[in-house]
Design a protein around this ligand. Structure first.
Ligand SMILES: NC(=O)c1ccc[n+]([C@@H]2O[C@H](COP(=O)([O-])OP(=O)(O)OC[C@H]3O[C@@H](n4cnc5c(N)ncnc54)[C@H](OP(=O)(O)O)[C@@H]3O)[C@@H](O)[C@H]2O)c1
Length: 278
């Protein structure tokens, strides 16, 4: 079974490629060879059985500066790019589209943790611009593909980008850690387990909408201080703060569709794997 992995060099896609047991079945083109702006020629040439679409514009804060701009890169890649991909799919090609918890508001009116059948928010004002673009992309995919939502995906090592745990760890090591929210409900995706679940979706031809997350929620203060203490760091200087629900989702988290490890076990595994900031 030939699988095209888009975004194969990104934080999550590159780990999927590393862990996939049949690497000879994967197509992993770089941006020069495959671009969501014009995916048709590549798809017609390679005719993959499955497209696993990790490719996206993922810079949430830069995306916010583009709010309302449908000509900006966030909308063009995430929404128009997904439209181009869906339009270019050959009839026999399965699409597995990667999405995000940011399609939900995390507000008190519509709180998480969200089950996979929870409907993404339609009001752009209740989401980040990135989240709204990903929610629109899910609506573009509709019944044509399988949707897999991740939440703050984490792994032990990835030099190109710091993730949800390695960024504060890096700042702590520089003495620059920001105060941590004690009242924001979050969950996280252990990328290694998500990659195994994605293999299952591919191999067993599963379809629908799936959530990949640890089964329990935590807070930024709880999980980051747990990591720091397990690494033998002195957390007495770590400051606490409260989330401003006008700026950040307060009641987040995803309910997993598969059997995933609780967050403390995930942190322990990342430490065993030698969690690194570069
Ligand atoms: N990281 C998170 O916190 C998070 C949370 C939940 C869900 N997700 C979702 O998980 C998926 C993977 O995220 P990630 O963190 O691994 O992202 P990432 O590290 O930013 O990687 C994204 C990949 O997409 C590629 N790409 C960008 N524009 C493209 C285009 N026009 N055509 C083809 N490829 C393009 C990038 O290539 P270049 O590097 O060459 O630009 C990069 O390889 C995304 O769908 C994201 O929305 C991420």
């Amino acid at each position: 079974m030939k699988t095209l992995v888009t975004g194969a060099f990104g934080l999550v896609g590159s780990r999927f490629v590393e862990l996939y047991p049949h690497p000879q079945d994967l197509l992993t083109p770089g941006l020069g060879e495959f671009d969501l702006a014009h995916p048709g020629e590549y798809l017609a040439k390679e005719n993959p059985d499955v497209v696993l679409n990790f490719a996206a514009y993922t810079n949430v804060s830069e995306a916010e500066k583009q709010r309302g701009d449908q000509n900006g890169p966030c909308w063009q890649i995430n929404v128009e790019g997904t439209k181009n991909l869906v339009a270019a799919l050959l009839a026999n090609t399965r699409l597995i589209h990667i999405s995000t918890n940011y399609v939900f508001s995390g507000s008190a009116a519509d709180p998480g943790p969200y089950a996979a059948d929870h409907q993404p928010e339609t009001n752009s004002q209740l989401l980040t611009w990135y989240g709204y673009s990903k929610a629109e992309a899910e609506r573009v995919v509709g019944d044509r593909g399988t949707v897999v939502r991740l939440i703050s995906p984490i792994r032990a090592k990835y030099p190109a980008k710091l993730d949800y745990l390695r960024k504060p760890l890096d700042l702590f090591n520089q003495g620059k850690l920001y105060p941590l929210f004690t009242d924001q409900q979050i969950s996280l995706t252990y990328i290694d387990e998500a990659c195994l679940a994605l293999q299952k979706i591919i191999d067993q031809n599963l379809s629908g909408v799936f959530h990949m997350s640890c089964p329990d929620t935590t807070t930024p203060y709880e999980i980051i201080t747990y990591l720091l203490q397990k690494l033998g760091k002195d957390i007495s200087g770590v400051q606490k703060s409260s989330v401003d629900p006008k700026r950040y989702p307060k009641f987040g988290g995803l309910k997993p569709s598969f059997d995933f490890s609780p967050w403390k076990q995930v942190v322990d595994k990342l430490i065993e794997q030698g969690i690194a900031t570069s």
